[in-house]
Design a protein around this ligand. Sequence first.
Ligand code: ADP
Ligand code: MG
Length: 439
Amino acid sequence: MPFSSLGLTEPLQRAASDWNYLEVTPVQAAVIPAILEGRDVRAAAQTGSGKTAAFALPLLQRLSSGPRERGRLVRALILVPTRELAAQIGAAIRHFGRYLPAPLKTLVVYGGVSINPQMMALGGGADVIVATPGRLLDLIGHNAVSLAAVSTLVLDEADRLFALGFAEELGRILALLPARRQSLLFSATFPPAVQAFAEGLLHDPLRIEIAAGPATTPAILQRAIEIDAPRRTQLLRHLIETNPWPRVLVFVATKYATEHVAEKLRRAGLAATALHGELSQGARTQALADFKAAKARVLVATDVAARGLDIADLPVVVNYDLPRSPVDYVHRIGRTGRAGASGAAVSFISAETDAHFRLIEKRQGLRLDREQVAGFEPVEIAPPLAPGGGGVKGRRKSKKDKLREAAAGIKAVEPVPPLNPAPPANAFAWHRRLPRGRP
Ligand code: ADP
Ligand code: MG
């Protein structure tokens, strides 16, 4: 379906076509007409499916036809969980609005940087604010901004904003918004635990669901490689050195691990950089910019990079440490395989994390073949399952079996072909990849 069929004005269509948007994606086709009509929307659509434009384009169209605000007032508020995502969405809004006859004032506000320039910029209000919750509340506390006239609220990565850690801040912000407003909720995942909160915000919404999990995420080849935990950095290095990946995003569990793994890779001569929430904002911005500009080939990050970031030409995501939850898994691997391009997600599985990964697989309705890489075959043995079996059945060949085979000189290791780089994004093809290795 072409963009011209959605009722968007010419300046917005032109900006979209500047970014080579030719056809609308399914989520865009579903929600843009409803948002233009002023309806509330709750949209669950897979990572990389074009949710940003799905809310940004109709939002800009509505704002460009209404009266401009004055004073400290704001007309549209977009809340997001990370600073990097705020910056990315702000840039998209500015791009999409570039040909509008009367320019709209868009501000991006987040913490970790000086508040004064943000307070100055807010003088005279704004048409659109893209914000992280904490800094927005600070600005409200300083009387720099009022939410009393917000006509549209957007929550991107909405489930994250409802979850612990943000829920309290979100509640304080919501209390300051007019009751009569349009509310738009977007995410790849809406776990049942947050659905009640989401529903509480919405009036007669359009609810659409394009996909539920990575089993239906288009074109992400998921792989699970068995490796002893202490050898993960060596394996990572090996994979990076033997695959023609221009960029590799590696997720680890802790801030310390980002620095530690990046440092080890650097010592091996690879351009690697770390990204986590305790770096200065300047360092965070620099790390991501270096990665996008290919000055750093490897970005080693915590889950701060898991949500919403759109990094072009990212053929592979590596779970060096497994994510805590199946939801995090969906978002992490969704950094690749975006906008119809294909990508690979590689998870390192060690004896200790095997049961946890099976839980993630189960929640996603997946069962991945376990692979081993020649020279990196694991020797550690998985801890015995808890009495009662922990609900894990249908085990593959056990580690003990493999050890026995190895001791008997049986070649238990199949050579793994090199992980191929993503083929170039061609047509904007939305297709499903069946989970591999389902028994
Ligand atoms: P999501 O928020 O659903 O994860 P994004 O909004 O970040 O996805 O979009 C993913 C990528 O797809 C971005 O690079 C975006 O520019 C691109 N994209 C979005 N809509 C289209 C479209 N209609 N045609 C081509 N590319 C698109
Ligand atoms: Mg997004």
